[in-house]
Ligand binder design. Structure first.
Ligand code: SF4
Ligand code: SF4
Length: 351
């Protein structure tokens, strides 16, 4: 994370707002991956499932997503699903608009459809392609987004590969090394990230790693991060996998990310997994990255996590005060206490 992004995010926290937004822009997906959390019955809290929600398309979707961004003014937005490429026409309109607003955008996809080469020109865009292991395992789990199809669809793009390590992967020696040999050799691949499969509490999915498998994977990641520069997992991040946040209340990622489902209204809590995720077995790369930032020492025993909690407290107090008095409100909501450095207004003006 760059210093300027940290400052922007801090400004949002002090304004009592989440600096990150994750939006499920569609409930549709052509895949049926085992262990998918988006279509898990618990994802939206156990009432309706993602497939039962109403979702949007066309202008209604574009305007709805931009409205959320203009209201919340996040620093970072993840567009997820379902598979967001189901709505690729809408993405073609949305992504340049988000760039105009200086938003760092991430599109997370299976690459079942071609990623346009023009997207390489969008400076703040990161396209993340999910790959579930080496070809035989991946193709069995993620048809029709097979290896052959992904390679064809990313041929003119620039992407990050993200692989969720499951028990099936963790139990095989040299598996991660072979995976990295293959994907880091692809010129279109800028970086590779790994997460570990995160279950719901009391779940018994075949994907769940045992404690021994988790420990072996962590050791292996520390070896591989030196061998493969494209594996973007610093030592401090990998270390966090040994002691994940104790609960959503301790998870900086969960506390700084607002997650909105396909009806553009329903909030998913406590984090992107929804339901009751088992934090003690969390392996989410984003959560671990922010935990590493939180443990960073700023001065003496003072960590960035201490500053975050104090800032969050201040921001929430500010929001409560504004809510009571109505002072400081603009048409889009409360005016932040601190400027959001470098961010742009919807009309393109720089703040
Ligand atoms: S591609 Fe993603 S959203 Fe679709 S089924 Fe697979 S894991 Fe779920
Ligand atoms: S991201 Fe992981 S640690 Fe954070 S709330 Fe979700 S499951 Fe818990």
């Amino acid at each position: 994370m760059k210093k300027s992004e940290v400052l922007q995010a801090w400004g949002r926290i002090l304004a009592g707002r989440a600096p990150s937004l994750s939006i499920e822009i569609t409930k549709e997906c052509p895949l049926r991956c085992p262990g998918c959390y988006a279509f898990d019955a618990a994802h939206l809290g156990g009432g309706v499932g993602l497939r039962e929600l109403s979702d949007f398309r066309g202008e209604a979707l574009v305007n709805g997503v931009l409205r959320l961004i203009d209201e919340n003014r996040p620093v970072h937005v993840s567009l997820v699903g379902g598979d967001p490429l189901v709505r690729y026409r809408e993405l073609e309109q949305l992504l340049p608009e988000m760039e105009k607003r200086s938003v760092h955008t991430q599109v997370v996809t299976s690459a079942f459809r071609e990623i346009p080469s023009a997207w390489k020109g969008i400076k703040r865009l990161n396209v993340v392609v999910s790959v579930d292991g080496l070809q035989p395992e991946h193709d069995a789990r993620r048809k029709p987004a097979t290896y052959e199809r992904i390679l064809k669809n990313i041929a003119r793009a620039r992407v990050t590969i993200h692989c969720t390590i499951t028990a099936q992967i963790a139990s095989r020696p040299q598996y991660l090394e072979k995976f990295l040999e293959f994907w880091t050799a692809q010129p279109q691949v800028a970086k590779v990230w790994f997460s570990l499969f995160t279950p719901q509490r009391d779940a018994a999915d075949a994907e769940i790693l045992t404690e021994a498998e988790r420990a072996t994977v962590i050791t292996e990641l520390n070896r591989l991060r030196i061998m493969f520069p494209k594996l973007e997992m610093p030592e401090k991040l990998v270390k966090e996998l040994m002691r994940p946040p104790a609960s959503p209340a301790d998870c900086i990622f969960a506390r700084t990310t607002e997650i909105i489902s396909a009806d553009l209204e329903t909030r998913i809590t406590p984090c992107q997994f929804g339901g009751e995720p088992d934090c003690s077995r969390c392996g989410c790369v984003a959560s671990m990255a922010l935990a590493a930032v939180g443990h960073h020492r700023v001065a003496g025993p003072l960590t960035a996590g201490h500053l975050f909690r104090a800032s969050e407290h201040l921001g929430k107090a500010w929001r409560r005060m504004v809510g009571r008095t109505g002072q400081g409100r603009s048409r889009r909501g409360p005016v932040p206490l601190f400027p959001i450095v470098g961010q742009r207004e919807p009309d393109g003006r720089k703040v």
